[in-house]
Design a protein around this ligand. Structure first.
Ligand code: 6GU
Length: 210
């Protein structure tokens, strides 16, 4: 079983995604487990403060290191070494399928979802094993990134996708019924070769339409 532990100030963002998708079935089948943790639980004042003003001045707030440090310590596996702590940041290394394949073999992945304008750099330097971005654009925080990465990684856990071959397929073009369709004034037919029953020709056509 692969455990995801998500540290975030917006755990509710994940609810529908976790409960209404294939991830719910993956959890029911005990292939994965998703634990959501509200970072504020590890704040040390009555206002549950998790951010502060940046040293050196400037606009915006910075996520504090101590609540994150306590959270990571509290949720990290005490028994397995096959674990990783990931910090989501637009400044991180771009996530890809190779990373997904490696993480699918772990026992636990801990995600730290950065918010606001940034996270105290000591989280990246001392607490996280890797800093990860999902692409060259800026989001409000790491929550959506965490969902994307959980989905990509979960698909690669053996048994999660019923047909093993489907798990890593970057699809070719596909058609289903009806064979003919009228769009405006045009009558469109699906490619004849796909109806031919000639499996070699069909494979060739699919290779050309990736
Ligand atoms: Cl991981 N976080 C934020 N805030 N923005 C991003 C991102 C992550 N990846 C791409 N843009």
């Amino acid at each position: 079983m692969l455990k995801f532990d998500v540290i975030t100030i917006f755990p509710d963002i994940f609810k529908g995604f976790v409960e209404e998708s294939l991830l719910a079935r993956g959890q029911a089948k005990k292939l994965i487990k998703i634990n959501l943790h509200n970072l504020r639980k590890w704040a040390n004042d009555k206002h549950q403060t998790v951010d502060d003003r940046p040293f050196g001045g400037g606009p915006g707030m910075v996520m504090k290191v101590e609540p994150i440090m306590k959270a990571v310590k509290a949720v990290s596996s005490k028994t397995s070494k096959k674990t990783k702590v990931i910090l989501f940041s637009p400044r991180g290394k771009k996530f890809n399928q190779e990373m997904a394949k490696k993480w699918a073999k772990l026992d636990q992945v801990v995600f730290i979802c950065g918010r606001y304008e940034g996270v105290d750099e000591r989280v990246a330097d001392y607490l996280a094993d890797e800093v990860v971005s999902i692409g060259d654009y800026v989001l409000n925080g790491g929550e959506v990134a965490a969902m994307i990465v959980m989905e990509a990684v979960s698909r690669l856990v053996p048994g999660f996708i019923a047909k093993k071959e489907s798990a890593e397929k970057f699809d070719h073009a596909q058609f289903t019924r009806p064979e003919q369709l009228v769009i405006g004034k045009k009558k469109i037919s699906v490619p004849k070769v796909l109806l031919s029953g000639d499996h070699k020709k069909i494979e060739e056509w699919r290779d050309g339409h990736k």
